[in-house]
Design a protein around this ligand. Structure first.
Ligand SMILES: CC(C)(COP(=O)(O)OP(=O)(O)OC[C@H]1O[C@@H](n2cnc3c(N)ncnc32)[C@H](O)[C@@H]1OP(=O)(O)O)[C@@H](O)C(=O)NCCC(=O)NCCS
Length: 215
C-alpha cells in the first residue's frame, strides 16, 4: 500500500498491518509523553485524547482531507479517536512519530505532522505527512513546523533520507517541502480509489546535501 502526505496522519487501525517497526536509534527518541519540539511560533507535542474535538473539526474539512489518499471522508469523531490511539501505539512501537502542532500564543491545536519509517533500497526512509487546519493556512506554519520536525527526524530519530508524496496539483504542499530542502525526485501515477482513482503525484526527497532554502 502506498501512502501520500497527510494520509499517514489519519490511518485507520485496519491498515496497521502495512507498518513494520524499524529501530533507528529509536531509543533516543524515548517514549516520554512530554516530548515536544519548539519553534519560534509553534509547539509540536504528542497527541492527547482530548485533541479529538479539534482534530475532527479541522480534518472534516474536505479541502484538508482531499489532499490525502485515505483520510476517511466524511471524517467523524470516531475516526479521530482511532487515529489518536493509532498515533500513540505507533510511537510506542517506534514505527511512526506523529505530533500535534500548537500555536504558541494560545496553545490552540492547528494541525499535525508525522513521519512513518519505511524500508527503502537505500536504507530506512522517513515518510513525512502533515496537515494544517484551513483557518490557519498561509501563515507559514507548515513550513516552520517542517523545519523543526525535519531536524527531529534527522538528529533525534537518526534518519538519513526523508520523503514526501504529494498530489501533483497540491502546489502549497510542494512549496512547503521545497522550502525545506526537498527536491522533486519523480512524477508518477498512483491509484487512490477514494480520491478519484489514478492521480499524478510528486515524490519529493530530502537527502544529505539537499540545499535547505529555509536556512
Ligand atoms: C499544504 C498545507 C499544509 C500548507 O500549510 P500552510 O501553513 O498554509 O503552508 P505555509 O504557509 O507554510 O506555506 C505555503 C506556501 O505555499 C504557497 N502557496 C499558497 N498557495 C499556492 C498555490 N496555489 N500555488 C503555489 N504555491 C502556493 C504560499 O505562498 C507559501 O509559500 P511562501 O511562504 O513561499 O509564500 C495546508 O494547505 C494543508 O494542510 N492542506 C491540506 C492537507 C495537505 O495538503 N497536506 C499535505 C499533503 S502532502
Amino acid at each position: 500500500m502506498r501512502i501520500t502526505g497527510a494520509e499517514i496522519l489519519a490511518h485507520p487501525q485496519s491498515q496497521l498491518k502495512t507498518v513494520f517497526p524499524i529501530s533507528v536509534d529509536a531509543d533516543r527518541v524515548g517514549t516520554d509523553r512530554s516530548h515536544y519540539i519548539k519553534t519560534e511560533r509553534l509547539v509540536l507535542r504528542r497527541l492527547r485524547p482530548h485533541d479529538v474535538g479539534d482534530v475532527t473539526a479541522l480534518v472534516s474539512d474536505w479541502d484538508v482531507a482531499k489532499q490525502a489518499g485515505s483520510i476517511p471522508f466524511p471524517y467523524t469523531t470516531a475516526d479521530a479517536v482511532d487515529w489518536i490511539a493509532y498515533a500513540d501505539a505507533a510511537w510506542e512501537r517506534g514505527s511512526e512519530y506523529i505530533f500535534a502542532i500548537e500555536r504558541g500564543t494560545d496553545m490552540r491545536l492547528i494541525g499535525a505532522m508525522g513521519m512513518r519509517l519505511k524500508r527503502g533500497w537505500q536504507g530506512p526512509k522517513g515518510h513525512i505527512g502533515y496537515w494544517i487546519g484551513k483557518p490557519y493556512w498561509a501563515h507559514g506554519y507548515a513550513s516552520e513546523a517542517l523545519g523543526a520536525f525535519k531536524s527531529f527526524c534527522l538528529n533525534q530519530v537518526g534518519m538519513l533520507h526523508l520523503v514526501g508524496t504529494v498530489f501533483a496539483d497540491n502546489e502549497r504542499s510542494v512549496r512547503v517541502l521545497e522550502k525545506n530542502g526537498f527536491y522533486r525526485q519523480r512524477l508518477q501515477w498512483r491509484t487512490y480509489p477514494d480520491r478519484g482513482g489514478k492521480r499524478k503525484v510528486w515524490v519529493l526527497q530530502w537527502s544529505p546535501g539537499s540545499v535547505d532554502a529555509m536556512s
